[in-house]
Design a protein around this ligand. Structure first.
Ligand code: FE2
Length: 387
């Protein structure tokens, strides 16, 4: 498989490569998309307010004391196809509190939308996945949802969600969340990819997990020569499912003169976890302008990044001055180009952040921006005294 993958990297044509890779293989885990992402947080009510105000998410559903849940509260937010669930415990002790105590606010669940959650659990556990919970049916007057779960890196889990017999707002036990406060969406459409940071020397192990246990294939790989600055380095491989709707880049630290952002993450998250959630927009300038006005802080690359931009990426539809003003980064591959921008961490620890991405043909991940980006992150690390 590895020769095939290396060839892929050479042809740099991800869509074509993906088709080739999966051509002959039976997809034992058909995934229809990301169903929801659940974060365990210290104060779900206030986090929900932040994601509504700053990111333009809409109030969707709620579970807590008022719906008969005694030990926790969950707010569900939605923007186009993206569902965020924010959960805080209402009681002392227990797994959610332990998770928050250990990791701070962070992603616990990457839920995947499937047609058959029982089969998804059987197929993955028989290939070596550690069970999080066995398939179980949850019901209310709107029908039935079947969910099952497996562990992935760190304490992060995948929950398979089968909702074909459900008409309710989110899951049984949730009610519609009506709010008088509904800030406009900012144009976030769907989750493009979600990146995991894993420990030293563990990238290949987790890529193998996604290949063997979930039937994913590696579509791109970057070594420390691709992703390094004068001071820090990391390595990354991108795993994708058969239809390309689920893409999980996996990063591990690499040796550098100073401590890399991945080491910093692992140190503060106390282990592997989700580093960033990349969300797609059709108009990055509009999205980023709105988010910045609402208080989101983005990483800034040095101004000279834009000096010979057009020589590097060729003709683009956007006005370079406008992109420069907003700090938007551009990269091109064989299939087109992409525009991207990264927020600073959105939680107190220097851990999780968001990427805003607009794809104009390109299916890759902005390799040409890595250096500028990591230099910008190193500046932030220097401010934190963690480099
Ligand atoms: Fe990304």
């Amino acid at each position: 498989m590895s020769t095939k993958i290396r060839n892929l990297e050479n042809i740099q044509n991800v869509t074509y490569g993906l088709k080739k890779l999966f051509e002959d293989a039976e997809d034992f885990l058909p995934l229809m998309g990301t169903d929801y992402v659940e974060l365990y947080v210290g104060n779900a009510k206030q986090s929900a307010h932040f994601y509504k105000t700053a990111f333009g998410f809409q109030s969707e559903a709620y579970a807590g004391l008022e719906t008969g849940i005694k030990d926790r509260v969950s707010y569900v937010l939605k923007q186009n196809k993206i569902r965020l669930v924010l959960t805080t415990p209402l009681v002392k002790g227990g797994k959610i509190n332990e998770h928050i105590n250990e990791h701070g606010d962070g992603v616990k669940v990457i839920a995947l939308w499937v047609d058959d959650a029982t089969k998804a659990w059987e197929e993955t556990t028989k290939r070596g996945a550690r069970s999080y919970f066995e398939p179980k049916a949850e019901k209310d007057e709107d029908g039935e949802v079947i969910r099952s779960g497996i562990y992935t890196y760190g304490e992060t889990v995948h929950i398979f969600v089968e909702r074909k017999n459900y008409r309710g707002v989110f899951l049984p036990g949730y009610k519609k969340w009506e709010s008088h406060y509904n800030p406009e969406p900012v144009g976030l459409r769907y989750i493009d990819h979600m990146v995991g940071n894993v420990d030293w020397g563990e990238m290949n192990k987790w890529c193998e997990f996604y290949a063997k246990v979930m039937g994913f294939a590696q579509i791109i790989s970057f070594d420390d020569n691709d992703i390094s600055t004068e001071f820090t380095a990391l390595m990354s491989k991108v795993m994708s499912n058969g239809n390309g709707r689920i893409k999980f880049p996996i990063n591990e630290p690499a040796k550098g003169k100073k401590k890399s952002q991945i080491e910093e993450y692992i140190e503060y998250y106390k282990g592997p976890g989700v580093q960033h959630i990349a969300v797609a927009t059709n108009d990055i300038v509009k999205t980023v302008t709105a988010m910045r006005e609402r208080g989101v802080e983005f990483l800034y690359v040095p101004e000279n990044y834009y000096d010979n931009l057009l020589e590097r990426v060729g003709q683009i539809d956007e006005d370079v001055e406008v992109l420069k003003k907003h700090g938007v980064l551009i990269d091109r591959d064989d299939e087109g180009y992409l525009l991207q921008l990264f927020t600073k961490p959105v939680v107190d620890r220097p851990t999780m952040f968001f990427e805003i991405i607009q794809r104009k043909g390109a299916q890759s991940f902005g390799k040409g921006n890595f250096k500028a980006l990591f230099e910008a992150i190193e500046l932030e690390q220097a401010n934190r005294g963690t480099v």
